[in-house]
Design a protein around this ligand. Structure first.
Ligand SMILES: [Zn+2]
Length: 171
């Protein structure tokens, strides 16, 4: 299965031989016949955190592409040497200026609509106190939205995340 977002590389990052595509584990994968390198092209993990306050969810409006003008839950990429929960705490601090406590994982979703690649979004629910202080370079504003009145433009699968979370709360 290939998607328009699938990355193509020409040369082996280990030995610089030209990569070819062959069938490995029933998938058509780029690999190196000289050193055995296989480009598995796995999705990258990202984290997002839902903070609810008096029935409203905190969201940020993106000021940069991709998804400029769309609302998101605070979050981002997990560093190579970082626990996902630590990444969620770090990203929330960087983007919204708040120290949060993680309560639990809500779910994990495949994000297939991001031009940077395919991601697995691990979504947490947490608590925070205080007033957000935005990273003004990446975000235009923040807002608290009632769980049943979300903004029109929401990036990734964050609308689905919030709707499912709301269902669980009321079941
Ligand atoms: Zn190689």
């Amino acid at each position: 299965m290939t998607s328009i977002f699938e990355k193509e590389y020409k040369y082996c990052p280990t030995c610089r031989e030209k990569l070819i595509r062959s069938t490995i584990d029933n998938k058509q994968l780029l690999n190196c016949k000289k050193c055995g390198f296989v480009f598995w092209n796995n999705p990258k993990p990202v984290v997002s955190t839902l903070i609810e306050k008096d029935g409203n969810v905190l969201m940020l409006k993106r000021a940069q592409e991709p998804f400029k003008g769309h609302w998101v839950l605070p979050g981002g990429f997990v560093d190579y040497d970082e626990e996902p929960e630590a990444a969620a705490i770090r990203e929330f601090k960087e983007e919204a200026g708040l120290n949060i406590q993680i309560e639990s994982v809500i779910s994990a979703y495949r994000i297939g609509n991001d031009p940077r690649g395919v991601h697995i979004d691990i979504v947490y629910v947490g608590r925070a106190g205080g007033k957000p202080k935005l990273d003004a370079k990446d975000f235009a504003k923040y807002g608290y939205f009632p769980l049943d009145r979300l903004p029109d433009k929401i990036a990734y699968k964050h609308r689905e995340v919030i709707i499912n979370w709301r269902k669980w709360l009321h079941e």
